[in-house]
Design a binder for this molecule. Structure first.
Ligand code: ADP
Length: 501
């Protein structure tokens, strides 16, 4: 049984939702997992049991895929106009907005993030993403193509392309932005007319399950979105491998991304991957240092460093190095770390005991490698999964803490001489998700941006997201893009039609 959680000002709907035993959504019905088993999720601020979740397995995945296939081929969804899809997705956005507070509270409890952040960022960004994607349904067009076929001289053709939904999509969601990552994936699937089996992260399934209720309330037909909760290997792996799934979209670690790719090979399903990062954040001497310092701190400490695009490698031009490091360390010390529900909390706990052990392990490795913590460097307190915001110096590109994704509030600071020194070092990573540049010289800003091998470059800002701005990685940070019109290509097939006249 889940323990009743007592947190100041908890919405009664949230308390009720959390203490339920949760089921899976398959073909419009909430059903128990085939095994009848469930697993517990934990409140990261206390380590106590938060909720009980259905432990889905390959049988549940198979049922959900069948429902999604049937909805794709035969259901009302397949006969609906694009404008009707727009209305339903927009309605879902409205319902989410109406229930913003409830979703923000669920997200904060489940993931540990500050309630204020979930209210201001996670939920509104999810709402906006659905609205942006709703508009695309009526604008997905093909082309007419002039043909000049050399071996049929004089013949005339009418040739055109259609963009058709790719089919049944498996979507595997991470725990760092549970609702938002589900919205990033559901939005394009719904607007293009696909059907979905969604598997939330086992640590943070609550907002996806509540979203499932809103999907029903919005009138999206049964079977279009199916939600199966479960562990990665038990439920995620059979979804990635399923022979009747046309595409799998995954956000998570690069390590698991490679497993997804292997699993997808069986039926050569299409794959999009949004994976890890070790993003360089570069401060030049001519930057407005106050903004750069605040920006560098927020680039790494936002969401407790649990962002795939976190600015985890801080490169500072030599002359400004000490000042910037001191500034970021001071900013780190001022961060109010505590339970996400406490008013005034700016940084919550890490999501799980496993992440706590992983991040603390990296801190130990860093020190053993010769790094020095200017501030932080250890766990905070004994209860919950808190880590002190940490700034490491005496680091270089050979160290594990500079090469590997820590996924916690830990930044490595490294000085550089000039652009020629910087670029190879900034690009010295297997990842290529994002980067930041802080300078008041417009020429330097754009020439450095051009040379950085990253899917997103922020100039004099960081962590700016918009549903219209594509996001994704170079190198081992992934395949394909989320958001913007780019994502639509990953949810559609192009059909060329050629008619002899
Ligand atoms: P992390 O290591 O940071 O917890 P993961 O990449 O393991 O992140 O998890 C992201 C998502 O991938 C979660 O929904 C998880 O259940 C799922 N997952 C984990 N392992 C597998 C796997 N072998 N196949 C498919 N999905 C998996």
């Amino acid at each position: 049984m889940a323990t009743a959680v007592s947190v100041p000002s908890m919405d009664p709907n949230v308390a009720r939702f959390v203490s339920r035993t949760h089921k899976n959504l398959i073909n419009g019905k909430w059903v128990e997992s085939e095994s009848g088993e469930s697993f517990a999720t934990f409140n990261p601020a206390t380590g106590e049991v938060l909720s009980n979740i259905a432990a889905g397995n390959s049988v549940d995945i198979d049922r959900a895929v069948k429902a999604a296939r049937d909805a794709f081929e035969n259901g009302p969804w397949s006969r609906m106009t694009a404008a009707e899809r727009t209305k339903l997705i927009w309605k879902l956005a409205d319902l989410l907005e109406k229930n913003l507070e409830e979703f923000a509270q669920l997200e904060s409890l489940d993931n540990g993030k500050p309630l204020a952040v979930a209210r201001a960022a996670d939920v509104p960004l999810a709402v906006e993403n659905f609205r942006y994607m709703a508009g695309w349904a009526t604008k997905i067009e093909g082309n007419t193509i002039p043909l000049s076929v050399p071996y049929t001289p004089g013949a005339k053709y009418l040739a055109y392309t259609l963009r058709e939904p790719i089919g049944v999509v498996g979507q595997i969601i991470p725990w760092n932005f549970p609702l938002l990552m589900a919205a990033w994936k559901l939005g394009p699937a719904l607007t293009t007319g696909c059907t979905v089996v969604l598997k939330p992260a086992e640590q943070t399934p609550l907002t996806a399950l509540r979203l499932g209720e809103l999907i029903q309330e919005a009138g999206i037909p049964d079977g279009v979105v199916n939600i199966v909760t479960g562990l990665g290997e038990a439920a995620g792996a059979p979804l990635a491998a399923h022979p009747d799934v046309d595409k799998v979209a995954f956000t998570g670690s690069t390590e698991v991304g490679k497993l997804i790719l292997q699993a997808a090979a069986g039926n050569l399903k299409k794959v999009s991957l949004e994976l890890g990062g070790k993003s360089p954040n570069v401060v030049l001497d001519d930057a407005d240092l106050d903004s750069a310092i605040a920006g560098a701190a927020s680039a790494i400490f936002f969401n407790h460093g649990q962002c795939c695009c976190a600015g985890s490698r801080l490169y500072v031009e030599q002359k400004s190095f000490d000042k910037v490091v001191e500034g970021v360390a001071k900013a780190a010390e001022k961060i109010n770390v505590g339970p996400g529900f406490n008013p005034g909390t700016q940084m919550g706990p890490l999501v799980s005991e496993e992440q706590l052990a992983r991040v603390c392990g990296y801190l130990d490795v860093g020190v053993a490698e010769g790094a020095k913590a200017v501030t932080g460097g250890s766990r905070l307190g004994e209860k919950g999964y808190f880590v002190k915001p940490t700034v490491l110096v005496n680091t270089n590109e050979k160290m594990k803490v500079v090469q590997e994704e820590i996924f916690g509030p830990v930044v490595t600071a490294i000085p550089f001489r000039d652009a020629d020194d910087l670029i190879p070092r900034a690009n010295n990573s297997t990842y290529g998700l994002a980067a930041g540049v802080w300078t008041s010289d417009i020429k330097k800003a754009h020439s450095i941006a051009a040379k950085l091998r990253a899917g997103t470059v922020w100039i004099n800002c960081y962590n700016i997201f918009d549903a219209a701005l594509p996001f994704g990685g170079y190198k081992q940070s992934g395949w394909g893009r989320e958001m913007g019109h780019e994502v639509l290509e990953q949810y559609t097939e192009v059909k060329a039609v050629c008619a002899a006249l």
